[in-house]
Design a protein around this ligand. Sequence first.
Ligand code: BG6
Length: 503
Amino acid sequence: MGRGPANQCPFPPGVCMAGLKPVEEFDLLIFGGAGDLSLRKLLPALFHRDGAGQLPPGSRIFAIGRNAMARDDFQSLVKGTFEARFPTLPEDQWRSFSARLHYLNLNAENSSTWGDLKTALEGHDDRLRAIYLATPPHLFGPIAKGFYEQQLLSNNMRIVLEKPVGHDEASAREINDEVGTYFPENQIYRIDHYLGKETVQNLLALRFGNALFEPLWRREVIDHVQITVAEDLGVGNRVGYYDGIGALRDMVQNHLLQLLCLVAMEPPSSLDDDAVRDEKLKVLRALKPMSEADVRAHSVRAQYASGAVGGTVVPGFLEELGKASTTETFVALKVGIENWRWSGIPFYLRTGKRMARKHSEIVIQFKPVPHAIFDGAHYDTLPNQLLIQLQPNEGMKLTIMAKRPGSEGFSLLPVDLDLSFEKAFGAAYPDAYERLLIEALRGNPALFMRRDEIETAWRWTDQLISAWEGSRQKVDSYVAGSWGPTSASLLLDRDGRSWRAGS
Ligand code: BG6
């Protein structure tokens, strides 16, 4: 678990981010605090940041759950989870972290159960009160209302909403309205954990910290863009929840569209939260709506059938579910953006469960050279490609054509200019939740989604879902452990293109 100290910059002064807002003393209240997300992601993230010295000494963490549990028992539960996941757990670091850790039993919808929380917060009205809602979204409104009714609201508050915010535009609006009744928009932090990933943030650095790429970032030079987010895991014990949700709502509406926005957006005037979010919103508004004919031609949805993943045979989605369903575990789309920069340039998106391996990448495929001078018996002049690898092995690769060494004529070979972040910076990266929790505590909303972004993304997704329903397009199937159904390859084949090899 050991990490280097936070904020230690290996480069000369001025290169590392100066002037980071410090984290002020806080009480963090995690609703759903004994749940899976809290145990797997949030508490380990806080533990790491604590170990890095980023949590002020008096700050407290309250896990809040519906089941009664003694503080000691909760601490043992957390310790057991850490020990099962991490090879070593430094005892002194655990001791100081567990001293911050409390557990409270509360049912948000029952006002008579809020007493312990009120008592715990008494006398701490001045410090930052951060609420993290790792609960099903239908509880977001009742919890926000509870803070109002129990007179626990203060000016120095933040409320973090875990995804999903709703399952369509109408439900997202309803939740946003309910929470917005008690919290102003600038206190609401909506999570898309992809925005906390190192390479996703690096997209901003790549595009707007280098003069090199911006002149090339346009329809005249780029042939198309591919975004792949593949998972090897299946739906597992979320099968009941997942049925009726599917890959489009679970992954495309949020993570893939956010990636698309970062690739496609115009340069913001600054890194201020609203400057970046305004530009992303313009991309979401410019997404080409899909008609029923479009979805038949430009979309694929599929479910995994039984197959071998990493050498183990796994059941298909329908076998896990135990009933018939049209919920997709894989989706591939050809998406258009209707603006000057991208008109006519396809963005191919695909994501799925139980694919060959966990692998996420963005491919910027450039157009071929306008006139081939290295013809004949030599290697084809392949178009350049920029590969941005999100996980695992974060990094970037630019494929260029070079002369094959030797004196036998002029033969070309593709070579990779390869930047592995781990080799370059020699560091293990903090998990996305570490960054996002600290940014929320610092009061920096740039990495969180604004209400209008979420609702606009849902609007586009909703019309796609209703076009799917209208078109009666069939749900395809793919073998678990593959790269998806043949129809997903055909989606690009028809345009004379293919998914990047190896994925
Ligand atoms: C979540 C989805 O938002 O992202 C999950 O609900 C998915 O279904 C997960 O497994 C993937 O996140 P990551 O960081 O592992 O790529």
